[in-house]
Write a new protein. Structure first.
Length: 238
């Protein structure tokens, strides 16, 4: 009887020690996963408690700065006017644990800045400072000359971040309409991907294939066809 009581006392002591240890050394939440919406102050904070915590019986999760009690996993939209740190507190029988995320608010580009960038881009396009790139027959890979032109174009695009750029893929009249639309898309994508490698913001760029629909030169023969196999650039609203 004494042995059984001693064993029970030892088991109770182990449980008590484990609970105290949990209180002394609370687990920490991993950082939230955060997703920022495009060109908006809205932010989404997402969280998910690790499986070991759930097994230990988390009874409540609270997020500060006005969010309040939340479920064990989920997401919530927040619109802070200034950069703010949000902290989640998970509580249970073994104590509590905390995790935080910093939501940084930056000033959006003003309409005036975007308008001036678009005007500057249109001037650079009309004056020939930003040039198209040309492709060999039935090809979408960039020549060394095309890469040099794109490097100069990229300097303009990086200098005018408020201006959107449409990258158009064009073909000559040979081939079916469907084939040329696909080829035009590959050409636009080749130019687009190289501009990204050169540091142009992907939000600034958009691609479209026009196939053979809008030739730059009329007629037949290689001198005409070579002018229509191109990636062309135009201004768009970002």
């Amino acid at each position: 009887m004494r042995s059984h009581r001693a064993g029970s006392d030892q088991a109770a002591k182990r449980l008590s020690d484990r609970s105290l240890s949990c209180r002394r050394q609370p687990r920490r939440l991993p950082p939230y996963r955060t997703r920022l919406s495009d060109r908006s102050l809205s932010r989404f904070a997402a969280w998910s408690l690790p499986a070991p915590w759930l097994r230990e019986g988390v009874t409540s999760v609270l997020i500060d700065n006005g969010i309040g009690n939340v479920n064990e996993s989920g997401s919530v939209a927040v619109t802070p006017r200034e950069s703010t740190t949000f902290t989640a507190i998970a509580s249970g029988p073994g104590g509590e644990a905390r995790g935080s995320v910093r939501v940084t608010v930056t000033e959006a580009d003003s309409p005036g800045l975007a308008s001036s960038d678009i005007a500057a881009l249109m001037e650079a396009l009309s004056s020939g400072k930003i040039k198209p790139v040309f492709f060999a027959y039935d090809k979408a890979d960039l020549s060394e000359q095309a890469k040099e032109i794109l490097a100069e174009n990229a300097r303009w695009f990086r200098r005018l971040p408020g201006a959107g750029v449409l990258v158009e893929g064009h073909c000559d009249e040979r081939g079916t309409e469907e084939y040329n639309l696909a080829l035009g898309d590959r050409r636009a994508q080749s130019a687009y991907q190289y501009l990204l490698e050169l540091g142009v913001n992907p939000r600034q760029l958009e691609t479209v294939s026009l196939g053979e629909e809008r030739p730059f030169e009329s007629g037949q023969g290689e001198s005409t066809y070579s002018q229509n196999r191109r990636a062309h650039f135009s201004a768009r609203q970002p």
